[in-house]
Design a binder for this molecule. Structure first.
Ligand code: FAD
Length: 238
């Protein structure tokens, strides 16, 4: 476990509501980014806000994003400020009153001005980070990107200099007078699951499932991604 390092707080990363749900340790930000697979990139394109889901990877205090060199969001992103969000949904909170229904989550919001990565070495390293974030072990196993593929790919680096983490954990926040109601209340844990691998029908005969894919399947299968009560979300809350 890293030593406590506070996330740099700015006016726009300071929580307004439910400030007690803020987690200010940099390692909590890293944990959310490392566990989730998808981020949402919010950017102004031609004067209009656009928020698109995309993959990413983290190396130290840098978030890497990539996409087609023709990607309009990525092109706009390097012209100004962006907001990237990452969400882990941990549970559906069923309350005694519909008003108090809620969700348990760990989420991160990152602001900044990304830079276009132009150096070949950093571009390759970043693509490796993004690929390995999704499928650990794939970079060494699969064919490396061709020069043509590299030329068609834009890579952005966003420093994790201005970010917030918010966590909700636990049961419903019902009003005390409702506790006597015969209405079920509690939490349905939610997590990510990966199903059984489906081999591509175009595979030549006899190609085995590689160990890194089997490991990924085993890690997340059978509801293995569903958090236990007192799981990661509650551990993050301080
Ligand atoms: C899965 C999920 C479902 C949610 N559903 C609802 C809902 O239905 N209704 C609702 O009102 N809210 C919901 N929230 C909470 C929501 O994200 C906001 O935190 C909340 O609405 C407060 O909004 P605000 O504009 O007052 O933000 P403020 O607290 O004023 O935001 C100020 C700053 O705090 C930080 N911040 C705020 N929210 C988050 C966050 N979630 N994660 C990390 N940093 C954050 C950001 O840096 C932001 O710029 C949900 C969150 C998640 C993750």
């Amino acid at each position: 476990m890293d030593a406590f390092r506070a996330l740099p707080a700015t006016a726009r990363t300071t929580l307004g509501r439910h400030r007690e749900r803020a987690v200010t340790d940099q390692s909590a930000l890293h944990a959310v980014l490392d566990e989730a697979l998808v981020c949402h990139l919010g950017v102004i394109v031609d004067g209009c806000p656009v928020v698109l889901p995309t993959g990413y990877g983290r190396e130290g205090d840098i978030l890497y994003l990539h996409g087609s060199a023709a990607n309009r969001s990525l092109a706009a992103a390097v012209q100004g400020e962006v907001c990237v969000t990452v969400t882990l949904l941990d549970g559906l909170v069923c309350a005694r009153s519909v008003f108090h229904n809620s969700m348990n989550y760990r989420s991160a919001v990152i602001f900044g001005r990304p830079r276009l990565v132009t150096g070949e070495a950093e571009r390759l390293a970043a693509l490796r980070v993004i690929s390995e974030h999704l499928i650990p072990g794939c970079w060494e196993y699969a064919r490396q990107p061709s020069r043509k593929a590299l030329a068609a790919t834009a890579v952005l680096a966003l420093a994790l200099d201005e970010a917030s983490v918010k966590v909700r954990a636990g049961g419903p926040s019902d009003e005390e007078e409702d506790h006597a109601l015969a209405t079920w209340a509690g939490v349905l844990p939610v997590g990510m699951a990966i199903g059984r691998a489906e081999p591509d029908p175009l595979l030549p005969p006899g190609v085995p499932l590689p160990p890194h894919v089997a490991a990924l399947q085993a890690r997340w299968s059978g509801g293995g991604g569903v958090p236990e009560p007192g799981g990661p979300a509650s551990r993050l809350e301080r």
